[in-house]
Design a protein around this ligand. Sequence first.
Ligand SMILES: *Cc1c(COP(=O)(O)O)cnc(C)c1O
Length: 381
Amino acid sequence: MKQTIYLDNAATTPLDSEVAEKMLPFLTECYGNADSPHAVGRKAMVAVDRARDTVAECLGAKPSEIYFTSGGTEADNWAILGGARAKRAEGRTHVLISAIEHHAALYAAETLEKEGFEVEQIPVNSGGRVEMNAVKARLKPTTALVCVMRVNNETGVVQPVEEIARLAHSVGALFFTDCVQAAPHEKLDVKGLGADLLSISSHKLHGPKGCGALYIKSGVRIEKLVGGGEQERGMRGGTLNVPAIVGFAAALKKTAQEMDEARAHIEKLRAAFLLGIAALDGVKVNGEGEEKIPAVLSLQVSGVRNDTLLYRADLEGLCIAAGSACASASVKPSHVLLAMGRTDEEARQTVRISFGNQNTEEEVKKAAQIFVETVKSLRKN
Ligand SMILES: *Cc1c(COP(=O)(O)O)cnc(C)c1O
């Protein structure tokens, strides 16, 4: 059987086996509802409390500032909808959001627009980076919320979130940053970043799927999104997903502990892949000249359609992405690449390779070989 090489770690990552082991008791004997005031429930709540402490510690936050969610998508929706709606009471009805956000964030902003908010997009430069002047020029005394992600999921470009937070605060707006792609690769510090609201997701850092967290800075009031139960200090209804929360915290902790080694390893993988495809002409790295995480490599391959390349690479056992996972089922070219000034055609020639800690150099060398051969054969036709 052909070996599968998985280079789509920005879409999701494999569950770490140590993390899975830590989850196991909470899938079996420790089945309690964390809100039940009896022994079985209390046992589950102790585990959730520990997990909350761990997540808080990894972010430089207080445990009371961490709210567990069903993932990055829910955390993004909650931050944007809840933050803006709460600010409306102060007469603030203007929202700024970068043009390169994840669909979860863009969707929430569209919802706000339907509710009467004025939503403005912040453009990016050709490297995919939000520029300070673009933010400054759009801020208003009525701005409720500014939303800029830390690391873009299609290009890996790191955004100057600290300065943007300062600008947002200078007009009294809330600042939200989606750190779902940053958390696997960068030590996060909520205070250093200047975030009022910050989202992370478990499955992007070798934790289980369907779990994430929203950081809400103490003193910041936002409206709830999911109601109906008094869980999470009355702010997020729903029985807690105890096994996932335990796994998420364990994965985040392991990520923090192994970050430097992982980064060095991933840098090596990236270099090996780039070396392996060096002989291929007509390939451009997106985000050139900008600060990027090494794990995400966005390549524009001239003369080849990304959907065809993805399909053909898959037949050879190589898993990569065209744009992002969420957009790849649609026929629309990536909004991120269009915002960077690429044409529809250029956007459709772009693939994303994303490396993970579990990938080996040998795998990546083989992947580069497959990539080169596939592109060459597609260009012949
Ligand atoms: C994956 C991702 C999300 C969504 O997180 P889920 O846990 O999959 O819902 C949000 N933002 C970014 C930047 C992502 O990469």
